[in-house]
Design a protein around this ligand. Structure first.
Ligand code: DGL
Length: 261
């Protein structure tokens, strides 16, 4: 089991920002990354759809031999993490927006959260804010269309820039001094977000803490290490459209598989 890969999935290529942190921290592991691009964006889909899709993907990843699972998508976590934990018997790390660390970092008491509509409307997010950010002003800004535009037009496109102008302005106006990147696609536009905020604003993403948590779980289960740093990437969409971004991020030419869970 120790030599089996760790499975990581997202609606698309956002989870690659998490995968990068995982591979840096755990170079002795093999990874299988699944981009469910056929159903991107998750952020506008009903919760029941995401729950069923999440369980289906997790079960198929177990059949493929995964030794652990990282849900590298805040939206999938919000809708499906509990159902996935109930359905499969694997160490699982699920992402959620970094509201807890943000509370420890803010001086102004105003925290901005950028995430998908589905994440922000979820009970799980409401609970997170209620339990950890009581007494703070949490500005939850939904960013419909942003993850899609980052994938389709690219992080530096005019479309992405116009969306960021609209979504970041309310956080800057409210003088948020910490901005939580509550969607794994958004670290790709972190600099562009920072440019639209007052100097010194802290941007929080969850790649690094997720990598540490995964390492702890693998060690606790005695399944840490055993791989060779191999990476396999698969998509339910068109492999060619995924290939360019993956190769840019990881600086290596990878063959992208088509895979339908
Ligand atoms: N990357 C995903 C997240 O972290 C969602 C993007 C989408 O809407 O599909 O929430």
């Amino acid at each position: 089991m120790t030599s089996h890969p760790i499975a990581v999935f997202d609606s698309g290529l956002g989870g690659l920002t998490v995968l990068r942190a995982l591979r840096e921290r755990l170079p002795q592991e093999d990874f299988f990354y699944f981009a469910d691009t056929r159903f991107l964006p998750y952020g506008d889909r009903p919760e029941t759809f995401l729950r069923e899709r999440g369980v289906l993907i997790a079960e198929a990843l177990v059949k493929r031999g995964a030794k652990a699972l990282v849900i590298a998508c805040n939206t999938a976590t919000a809708a499906a993490a509990e159902a996935i934990r109930a359905a499969v018997d694997l160490p699982i790390v699920a992402l959620e927006p970094g509201v807890k660390p943000a509370v420890g970092l803010t001086n102004s008491g105003v925290i901005g959260v950028l995430a998908t509509t589905r994440t922000l409307e979820s009970e799980r997010f409401q609970r997170l804010v209620g339990n950890h950010a009581n007494g703070y002003r949490v500005l939850a800004q939904a960013c419909p269309g942003l993850a899609e535009a980052i994938e389709a037009q690219g992080p530096d496109s005019a479309e992405v820039s116009a969306l960021l102008d609209a979504f970041v302005a309310p956080l800057a106006a409210a003088l948020a001094d910490v901005v939580v990147l509550g969607c794994t696609h958004y670290p790709w536009v972190a600099e562009a977000i920072a440019r639209r905020m007052p100097a010194g604003t802290v941007l929080l993403d969850t790649g690094e803490p997720v990598a540490r948590q995964l390492e702890r779980l693998l060690a606790a289960g005695n399944i840490l290490g055993g791989g060779q740093g191999r990476l396999t990437v698969a998509t339910s969409g068109a492999p060619a459209s995924v290939a360019a971004t993956v190769n840019r991020l990881f600086g290596q030419k990878l063959k992208i598989e088509h895979w339908e869970p």
